[in-house]
Design a protein around this ligand. Sequence first.
Ligand code: FAD
Length: 404
Amino acid sequence: MNAPARRDIVQDLEQFRSDVRQWLEENCPPSQRQPITPEEQYYGGRHARFPSEDAKLWFERMRDKGWICPEWPAEYGGGGLGPQEAKIIKEEMKALNARTALYSIGIWMLGPALLEFGNEKQKQQHIRAIINGEARWAQGYSEPGSGSDLASLQCRAEDKGDHFLVNGSKIWTTAADKCDWIFCLVRTDPKAKKQEGISFLLIDMDDPGVSTTPIELISGESEFCQTFFDNVKVPKDNLVGELNKGWSVAKALLVHERKLMSELGSDSPREVVPPSTAARQYLPFANGKVADAQLRSELVDYDMEMHAIGLTHFRTFEEKIAGVRSAAPLVMKYVGTEAEKTRSELLLAIMGSRGLGWEGEGFTQPELDTLRLWAMSKAMTIAGGTSEIQLNVIAKNVLQLPQS
Ligand SMILES: Cc1cc2nc3c(=O)[nH]c(=O)nc-3n(C[C@H](O)[C@H](O)[C@H](O)COP(=O)(O)OP(=O)(O)OC[C@H]3O[C@@H](n4cnc5c(N)ncnc54)[C@H](O)[C@@H]3O)c2cc1C
């Protein structure tokens, strides 16, 4: 059979776009077309409550349509669609200001890795539960002594015949106290070279011996925990991939995490104010231009950077469709999170004291958000691998510079 002509594909996609637009228009409740606050984000899980009836309705409609995870296989509850259709859904949701119906580390990180490395039983159990919002996941990678040098991790899983016995702790585990499950990197062979003695385990947070201690942060946004494992019995069925081959699963998952981070600025739960818009509201103008020459120049630099980032995302997407391997995802975590930091710094410079409010009356919501987003932007250049580590990886793997 001949492959469909390009014109037919484009026409099909245009028809799809129009169907998506119509469906969203008919099914997205008006209240779900407003910028979302952190309190209104729905993360699912055994103990989760919807923030409103409309949020519940919107989630259920999206789930039943298969659009919570449009690209995941339909047999596990996904939409079974291709990347172009998924991109159209995302674009049309953005055009309508439609909220993300389910926020989930399971969707952003674990799911894609499970689809690649998990066995059929694991996919049947966990993928559908992620899509249905029935299981909330935490990430158990970092340890008090192992962050950037992740492969030095010490949390240990001993083979006890029918189960693993896990002892140790993980730190910076986001929202682990609210999660049902945690995916963990554990040391299963202490004698092997560090990357070769690691396995990837799925651990139920309700298992005896698992506990969490919250860590409070200055940004007011992230709720971290330290998660402890004290003689936790984990069934052998919860091993993802092969024993001692967890580093491959870990790296594949990190690619998804870094892709997410590189796009965060474009998908922020808060209303993201472009600096040029803020400039018109807060700065004096002279002859139709921002009067302050230094700020004017920084604004132009930022706009050009964002344009270049937008084009690179577009190119990366086209490369993905064409099956071309590209270094861009590796570079974009660094570029995207650094640009977000620049945006936050610029907003503070533009808004002056109006950007320094933390809570209370007398400030608009975007003004109150500015300082929190500024604090959060710093965290984003650390999470998922720091900017320095990203530069090291780019130098080694992309530019192939000599190692010192
Ligand atoms: C918002 C946020 C959410 C997070 N969520 C999770 C989570 O859910 N689960 C989880 O497991 N972890 C999570 N983390 C932890 C994160 O992965 C680590 O913070 C990160 O990997 C850095 O490790 P570290 O904090 O131990 O810093 P360190 O590794 O101690 O680094 C300290 C400093 O030294 C620099 N440095 C270290 N080594 C090098 C080198 N070789 N070359 C140059 N510079 C170097 C680093 O860039 C950094 O500036 C989260 C972090 C943040 C900020």
